[in-house]
Design a binder for this molecule. Structure first.
Ligand SMILES: *[C@@H]1O[C@H](CO)[C@@H](O)[C@H](O)[C@H]1NC(C)=O
Ligand SMILES: *[C@@H]1O[C@H](CO)[C@@H](O)[C@H](O)[C@H]1NC(C)=O
Length: 315
């Protein structure tokens, strides 16, 4: 009898932890906005989707998602989302067109702040960046945990570009709130702004005054297509915390007052939105790398024991 319990115990443990063993990185999404954010996830072409492609993240919540070896794709935050009377889910910014909470292969409608990743690329490095090439909707921070490398550092765009947005680039909600800021490429579609055609080379495509405004506010984010030198980060062996609305840095002049994206938003679908609470760690805002590294080690150890046990069942 004791043996049976032992077997059941390991069966449960191995099934719940085995996912960790095959992941090279964990992404921890944290929402510090004063409103709900619905992260969207799109894998690159030919790369399998992660365990979720879209979910709700309430204020103060965090959620951990594992990524397998060599995963590549992008993350963004959807805002002002709700379900209509027919159950169709849509968002004022970052909408992925699926009509559902999960994006299921849909990319974000511009303008949107993007966090882009290619894990285990050249020389085993993870490549990542924050991009405003498709515009801005939310301040974001990518903070590597426990990795190594000279460019293994925080990429952040803390400024509220919705408040600072030029009138010709502004996107406002039905209620008049500024919810996003378009990039010049997105707004004007010219080769010059999009670095295409005759401007399709780094030497030919210079940042526009719009791109320069983005760059001043968010020096570590891509402001236009060839902004690589100051915007591409690399780590080896890191996990990543992705924070929406990271705390404003007090050393930075805050854009005062109204019209910013920081205002609380009443969201119609807030309570009846389909919500997978399975992996949400409420209030666990300070997720240390030690904890996730530990989970990897424990998960790996258990999986080895479980594999041995499974093998033993063959004989
Ligand atoms: C990467 O490191 C190099 C050398 O320290 C530095 O010149 C460069 O600006 C760094 N890149 C980023 C995006 O910080
Ligand atoms: C705020 O900015 C200062 C100076 O740029 C930097 O040293 C500090 O780490 C920043 N703090 C946060 C929380 O980003």
């Amino acid at each position: 009898m004791a043996k049976l319990y032992f077997h059941i115990f390991f069966l449960i443990l191995s099934n719940s932890l085995i996912e960790d063993v095959y992941s090279t990185a964990t992404f921890t999404f944290v929402n510090k906005c004063k409103f709900t954010v619905w992260p969207g996830i799109l894998s690159n072409a030919g790369i399998s989707p992660l365990s979720t492609t879209g979910f709700a993240l309430n204020t103060g919540e965090s959620r951990i998602i594992n990524a397998p070896t060599a995963w590549g794709g992008r993350f963004w935050g959807r805002t002002h989302c709700s379900e209509d009377s027919t159950g169709k889910f849509s968002c004022a910014t970052g909408d992925c067109g699926s009509g559902k909470l999960e994006c299921a292969g849909g990319g974000a409608v511009t303008p949107v702040t993007l966090a882009e990743f290619t894990l285990d690329g050249d020389a085993g490095k993870d490549f990542y960046d924050l991009s405003l090439v498709d515009g801005f909707n939310l301040p974001m921070l990518v903070a590597p945990q426990g990795g190594s490398g000279v460019n293994c550092s925080r990429a952040e765009c803390v400024a509220d570009l919705n408040g600072e947005c030029a009138p010709e680039l502004r996107v406002t909600s039905a209620g008049g709130e500024r919810v996003a800021c378009r990039s010049a490429c997105d707004a004007f579609r010219s080769e010059e702004y999009c670095c295409s055609g005759a401007y399709g080379k780094p030497a030919a495509c210079k940042p526009s005054k719009y791109a320069e405004t983005f760059k001043r506010a968010c020096p570590q984010a891509y402001s236009y297509a060839y902004d690589d030198l100051t915007s591409t980060f690399t780590c080896i062996g890191a996990d990543y915390i992705i924070t929406f609305c990271p705390s404003p840095n007090t050393s930075r002049k805050s854009t005062s007052g109204s019209g910013g994206g920081q205002n609380p938003v009443s969201v119609a679908g807030g309570s009846n939105t389909p919500f997978d609470g399975n992996m949400v760690y409420e209030g666990a805002l300070d997720v240390s790398s030690a904890a996730s590294t530990c989970a990897h080690v424990v998960g790996g150890g258990v999986a080895v024991v479980a594999a041995m046990w499974r093998l033993s069942q063959l004989y």
